[in-house]
Unconditional design. Structure first.
Length: 189
């Protein structure tokens, strides 16, 4: 059984976290642990057809973002990876300086100190030098930075096709076998 933490912050793009959660819930031997920030709950209502309660129902375990005593706040609780999708620049900044002001930042800090897989899906544009410095610092610490930048070799026909490709890349980075998304098969001359 692989344990994966999914965190959804208040940046635009909550559908990325929701889609990953949906896909992981369909895979055997995956246990999902979900944290949703207060602003993410608002964005879920504003940007998607989901309610926060529908998103929560997709997870195996759910934590309040203010609960600093949650299992995922400790390195002794074994998890195989954490995805923050989308990741606000506030969250990125907090993680980069070790400012554990909420459970999402604390759990990410635990992933860093325990040298476990941490994936950040930053959602901001344009990126300032401060944003880039924070992301660079995290990348140098081994964090996988996977921004939601669409690929077009897969000929997406819908927004869902673009989201599927992003989820494919993230789930690949977690080291989980799956068949989500359309992969590059090479160019035949």
């Amino acid at each position: 059984m692989k344990r994966i933490i999914i965190a959804i912050t208040g940046a635009s793009g909550s559908i990325y976290g929701i889609d990953i959660l949906e896909k992981l819930s369909k895979l055997p031997d995956i246990e999902t642990h979900l944290v949703i920030s207060d602003w993410a709950k608002e964005n879920i209502k504003l940007e998607t057809d989901y309610s926060p309660s529908q998103v929560i129902a997709l997870a195996d375990q759910v934590y309040d973002n203010h609960n600093m005593g949650a299992a995922i706040a400790s390195g002794s609780f074994k998890v195989d990876g954490m995805v923050i999708a989308p990741a606000s620049m506030k969250t990125v900044a907090g993680i980069s300086i070790g400012f554990d002001s909420d459970l999402i930042m604390r759990a990410a800090g635990v992933m860093l100190k325990e040298q476990r897989k941490l994936i950040i899906v930053p959602r901001e544009t344009p990126l300032s030098a401060i944003h880039l410095e924070n992301l660079t610092k995290l990348a140098r610490l081994g964090v996988h930075i996977i921004p939601p930048i669409p690929s077009f070799y897969n000929h997406p026909k819908s927004i869902q096709d673009i989201i599927d490709h992003q989820s494919m890349k993230i789930i690949d980075s977690l080291g989980i076998d799956h068949s989500f998304g359309k992969r590059w098969s090479g160019k035949n001359d």
